[in-house]
Write a protein that binds this ligand. Structure first.
Ligand code: NAP
Length: 297
């Protein structure tokens, strides 16, 4: 079997055409989508992610500003700042870059973001709407995965879909989306995690396998059904002797899946580009909703 590469950069380019048109139409009404990013501490990967987001937003003529807080800032200080941003009409979206330093209560901080500005889709109000089958802001990575499936016309109805990883940002919302009565839903979805016994017995029956764990090469050919479509969400740094000192790999052993899988997303260049694109999509949507509501808070 010739395994097809699901090119996330191509899908992102396709979606950005439409997003650009929406940005232009907002500009004609003197509106400019704005994203405030909050970066706490000095995690190198988070700094790279925030910088990449800034680049994409600037390139698309959106307002973007990163507010940096040192590791020793207090939770109250961050929450007070978020409350100010909730009432600042220049910013339609607020993003808190995760993971937060361990001593912070992540839920408490995420819950302080106004549901109207929750462009990451992590607020319980938006997660509730999603589970109800009536989503407003959909978390960016699961939404990006749906866009990959749509672009390559990988049907989900009546399929067995296995997700490995039950995080609030990937696995759980993905489970909800794919099990809804939507065109790209209607699947029978199994959600596996670290306490699942004999994961292979599930993955071997998967028509579509989505892996979001954070363990390099945890899935290999022995765990796959022939003809499976694989979405590899994992981004793992593996040290090497290159100038950078590392390279990125996914959670799936890419080479071992070749010839067995029908299709697979590469790492990098698969799901990653979609996550930022869907953040742009959600921020533009937040700006549009603001224009009809009249205030951001
Ligand atoms: P996370 O919050 O750490 O969750 C990891 C999940 O994997 C947990 O549910 C955990 O189970 C499960 N798990 C851990 N070890 C396992 C094992 N041996 N077998 C089965 N399940 C296991 O991670 P995350 O935030 O979802 O991210 C996962 C990966 O995706 C990371 O590499 C991250 O960098 C990447 N990511 C990429 C993008 C992108 O844009 N491409 C976006 C988000 C995340 P328990 O719940 O039982 O602990």
């Amino acid at each position: 079997m010739n395994t097809k590469i699901l090119d996330g950069i191509e899908v992102a380019k396709f979606l950005k055409k439409n997003i650009n048109e929406q940005i232009l139409s907002l500009k004609k009404r003197n509106l400019k989508p704005g994203l405030a990013a909050i970066l706490i501490g000095s995690d190198p990967a988070s700094q790279v992610y925030v910088k990449n987001k800034e680049k994409v937003f600037s390139k698309h003529n959106c307002l973007t500003k990163t507010f940096k807080f040192p590791d020793d800032s207090s939770e109250e200080e961050i929450i007070d700042f978020i409350k100010k941003l909730n009432n600042d009409d220049a910013f339609h979206g607020i993003l808190v870059q995760l993971p937060l330093p361990k001593r912070f209560n992540t839920k408490k901080i995420l819950h302080s973001v106004s549901a109207h500005k929750d462009v990451d889709g992590f607020h319980p109000f938006n997660l509730g709407l999603l589970f109800e089958g009536n989503p407003n802001f959909i978390p960016c990575t699961p939404n990006g995965i749906l866009e990959i499936l749509k672009y390559y016309n990988i049907k989900t109805t009546s399929k067995n879909i296995v997700i490995i990883g039950r995080s609030n940002i990937v696995g759980k919302p993905m489970f909800s989306l794919l099990s809804q009565n939507f065109e790209f839903g209607n699947a029978t979805v199994t959600l596996c995690h670290s306490k699942t016994e004999n994961i292979s017995s599930y993955t071997k029956n998967a028509d579509i396998l989505i892996v979001a764990v954070g363990l390099p090469n945890m899935v290999d050919a022995t765990m796959l059904k022939k003809g499976v479509h694989i979405i590899d969400v994992g981004i793992n740094r593996v040290n090497d002797n290159s100038k950078k000192g590392y390279h990125l790999v996914g959670d799936v052993n890419f080479n071992s899946a070749m010839g067995i899988a029908n299709s697979i997303t590469p790492v990098p260049g698969g799901v990653g580009p979609l996550t930022i694109t869907m953040l742009l999509h959600n921020t533009v949507k937040a700006c549009e909703l603001f224009s009809t509501r009249g205030s951001t808070g």
